[in-house]
Ligand binder design. Sequence first.
Ligand code: PLP
Length: 397
Amino acid sequence: MPRSGNPLSASNCVVTPIFHNVAFFFEDTEQFVNYKTDKRNRGRYGRYDNPNWSEVEDRLATLEDSEAALLFPSGMSALTSTVLTFVRQGEKILFLSRTYRNAKALFDEVISGFGIKAVALDQADTDLFKEQFLKEYDTKCRMVVIEMPSNPHQYLVDLAFVRQTVGPDTLILVDSTLSTPINLKPLRHGADLVVHSCTKYLAGHADVMAGSVAGTVARLEKLRRTRDVTGAIPGPDTAFLLNRGLETLPMRMANFESVGATVAKYLNGHPRVSRVYWTGLPDHPHHELAKKYLLGHGGVIAFELCASRIETTVFVDKLRVPYMGTNFGSCQPMVEQCSVFTYYKLAPQERESMGITDQLVRLSVGFASAEILIEDMEQAFAQTFRRPDRRVSNAWG
Ligand code: PLP
């Protein structure tokens, strides 16, 4: 990673200090006029500029192989701001039905209120997806939103097919939160914009919410204008913590890769597990696409148990190493039974359409070793299938 150095830091600190600063002064009007043409070298006001943002934005752009990047206070605000910047009333968005729950809600519930038509396409079956895509794509389509790999099944989309199919006026946006720029470079495969929930792997310590968008300078200047006006800005501490997380991203991803592979193989061979969703496994339904696009597979593994809903709950409750909670990509191992946790508000039919079965569990390996995670799962399997847990059975009524 190149030395970051910040023109505004006015110190020789190895770590850029946190700039809790709202107003920037100018020596004279000429300096202000220069600011207007070259904003990056001098700040003006805290909603437009912050040295901690600039530092981390440069670093994100380098990681993403993009001309520029912009920081937002969360992954959802990055996605929302991007959609509102580039898509207008009467236009259309194509997105994926198996996608992060709130991204789907953004399209189904919020964007539709702005007169934008959002159509969901199921990417689980690649041939069917292509067929549906050709049917739904038309000249009104301004944006295609692809979460890749998808959360939690890690489905992929053939980006080359999408690029060849859409015209130059359609932007391809890839949310590659689950792969990070270490494992996927969407811009190399025809994407126009890359969104991340930096809250996950990029910051990596479960102590900061942030989002980012990468792309060309011309597009990001349009997006910057939206951010300037809407005020969807991160605090300087957010940028500082994210920058610190990025320092160790390659090392953390290498660790997740090796632990993820061992745990995924263990689960794949377990008699109580019916399916494992980890793109590095040859029997993941999109393993061939993974070979085409991914440089690694990460530390998030989704799997389905050969068990009832209650047995799956007991198994998750018996785990002692991961925290039960809704996050992934951080140091802390995390686990959830998806249908009763992140997706609990959804109607059963909606869960079913998203492939969220009652047996589906998502594990983020964190910094636990594979041995410790496997030992923990062994004891949870043993307790689940030999001693039914009364407390949980009662809780389900
Ligand atoms: N994109 C994906 C793939 C996610 O999993 C999430 C959150 O879980 C988001 C976007 C939203 O990010 P944030 O929670 O930072 O708003």
